[in-house]
Ligand binder design. Structure first.
Ligand code: MHF
Ligand code: KIV
Ligand code: MG
Length: 265
């Protein structure tokens, strides 16, 4: 059944007009999506970052359409209030509008999620308008586009002001309902945010964006390895998990767990 109390795409767009900041976090499974939704975050992204964060791949290229659907199903079951957006994986929208509609259509049919996100602006305008014409809400993603890591030569700040503005404006003109701005200088993100009527959701794009998105595992302090400058960890979950697991280990070894209250007569 549809979840009638969820934030809608028109409501999402209205938040910009009303000057309300939009918050978005990733979730890849049922328990984390429950937690994020209950905390009142407006939008949840089933990001293809799960390729790195959950699957342990070195970039976002390996994750498949079926794997994205599998995670989106879990998140779709969990969420009552947030708008749920699913990343289209590489190369599920690069083989023409027909294939893009087929794949985005699967996401909406099979997962209880409401919108898709794809990387690109001007060069994906045709696909964005085809999906929009099919009734599929599209969030665009410009700036650092991790699916193009080999072309960009790494995860680098993107500074082509004219190109970035053109990408964002093309996405809006093609019908995107929002756009992620990743890893671009604050002043460029500010200029784009002022020019567009659709919300900009920043990640490493400064405080002037209409909203902010981060990877949940980064926010929780669960991620391993190098953290980009734009990340802020609001908890130390790696430390917490380490302490809990070590406490279990020690108590079992020392005969302090289980106690009588944990067993049956
Ligand atoms: N856990 C996680 N968090 C993310 O934000 C994230 C992923 N994974 N996977 C997919 C992409 C990859 N992302 C990244 C990864 C690295 C940098 C990075 O190292 N940036 C440099 C910029 C250096 C420069 O050009 O000046 C930095 O030092 O912040 C940025 C974005 C963002 N996304
Ligand atoms: C970081 C966000 C914007 C993303 O695309 C992802 O999590 O895959
Ligand atoms: Mg992504």
């Amino acid at each position: 059944m549809a979840k009638p109390s969820r934030i809608t795409v028109p409501r999402f767009r209205a938040m910009k007009r009303e000057g309300q900041k939009i918050t978005m976090l990733t979730a890849y499974d049922y328990p984390t999506a429950r937690l994020v939704d209950a905390a009142g975050i407006e939008a949840i992204l089933v990001g293809d970052s799960l390729s790195m964060v959950v699957q342990g791949n070195e970039n976002t290229l390996p994750v498949s359409m079926d794997e994205m659907i599998y995670h989106a199903e879990m998140v779709g079951r969990a969420v009552d209030h947030a708008l749920v957006v699913v990343d289209m994986p590489f190369p599920s929208y690069h083989l023409g509008a027909h294939r893009a509609i087929e794949n985005a259509g699967r996401i909406l049919k099979e997962t209880r999620c409401q919108a898709v996100k794809l990387e690109g602006g001007a060069e994906q305008a045709g696909v964005i308008s085809s999906l929009t014409a099919a009734g599929i809400p599209v969030m665009a993603h410009v700036g650092l586009r991790p699916q193009s890591v080999h072309q960009l030569g790494g995860y680098r700040v993107q500074r082509d002001r004219r190109g970035l503005l053109a990408d964002a404006q093309s996405a809006e003109a093609a019908g995107a309902f929002a756009v992620v701005l990743e890893c671009i200088p604050n002043d460029i993100a500010d200029a784009i945010t002022k020019k567009l009527t659709i919300p900009t959701i920043g990640i490493g794009a400064g405080p002037k964006c209409d909203g902010q998105v981060l990877v949940l595992h980064d926010v929780l302090g669960l991620s391993t390895g190098y953290m980009p400058r734009f990340v802020k960890a609001y908890a130390d979950m790696r430390g917490e998990v380490g302490r809990a697991v070590a406490a279990f280990r020690d108590e079992v070894r020392e005969g302090q767990f289980p106690l009588p209250e944990h067993g049956y007569e």
